[in-house]
Write a protein that binds this ligand. Structure first.
Ligand code: UDP
Length: 236
């Protein structure tokens, strides 16, 4: 596979074309943003953690029947992916209250839920990724009913697999954001699963091991990402 011109540069990664129209190459950066790009910084080594952890999780999920866009890890920061059309939704699953959920509904962080929640936000930075319900999704044509049925089924299954896996390495999966893509008529898990996109709390101490340390200026950000690499079994 030959790497060609850069197609896109986002907040945390660059995407390159390849000589095959069905594939692209993603390159993870150390750049970090929060609050819709208002807060900017660098988390040293983050690109390596996110690339390798995301690939590890996508491979695990494939074994559990979730189709993903993962193809091949090329290096610490670069991976070949199927070139999908991203469904313009952020799909969020929560197991405990935190972040915007706690704020919106006045429920303290860490409060247990009777069952996981599923919510959708429209991917649009200029609007601040507003929450959107299913009827609104169909009204504007962001996704079809069949696609949302498939995405919801996958999202709950992904949560089950991830909760069980992270519990086994002493981590509570509080919530996470995933994205899906369309590839030759199929819905695939796309984007990334990493400490940038999940809330990870140590089971015993409830210490935060994710991007909230950056968002909230808590310090120890690099150490938290490195600790998650170790727990997942990817540390050198
Ligand atoms: N999240 C994300 N990208 C976003 C917004 C949220 O990856 O643009 C993740 C976030 O890391 C957390 C989950 O989705 O694991 C729920 O985030 P929330 O809605 O509470 O928003 P936040 O408090 O992060 O603004």
């Amino acid at each position: 596979m030959e790497k060609r011109e850069q197609m896109y540069e986002g907040k945390a990664k660059k995407v390159f074309a390849t000589d095959n129209d069905d594939y692209c190459i993603v390159s993870y950066k150390d750049d970090a943003t929060a609050f819709n790009g208002e807060k900017k910084g660098t988390i040293l080594g983050k690109g390596v953690v996110n690339n390798r952890m995301s690939n590890f999780m996508f491979k695990l999920l494939e074994t559990k029947g979730i189709p993903t866009d993962y193809v091949e890890e090329l290096s610490d920061r670069e991976t070949v992916l199927k070139k999908v059309n991203i469904v313009p939704l952020e799909v969020i699953i929560r197991n405990k209250a935190a972040g915007s959920f706690s704020k919106r509904f006045g429920i303290p962080e860490g409060t247990d839920f009777n069952e996981p929640t599923l919510e959708f936000c429209l991917k649009d930075d200029s609007l601040g990724d507003p929450m959107i319900n299913e009827s609104q999704i169909y009204a504007i044509g962001a996704a079809t009913k069949e696609e949302i049925a498939r995405i919801s089924e996958y999202a709950y299954k992904i949560n089950e697999v991830m909760v069980e896996f992270f519990k086994s390495v002493n981590v509570d999966l509080i919530d996470f954001k995933i994205e899906f893509g369309r590839f030759h008529g199929e819905i695939l898990l796309a984007d990334e699963i990493s400490p940038d996109t999940c809330r990870f709390w140590d089971v015993n101490t409830q210490e935060k091991l994710d991007k909230d340390r950056f968002r909230r200026d808590m310090g120890g950000v690099e150490d938290a990402y490195a600790e998650m690499m170790k727990r997942v079994g990817l540390a050198d």
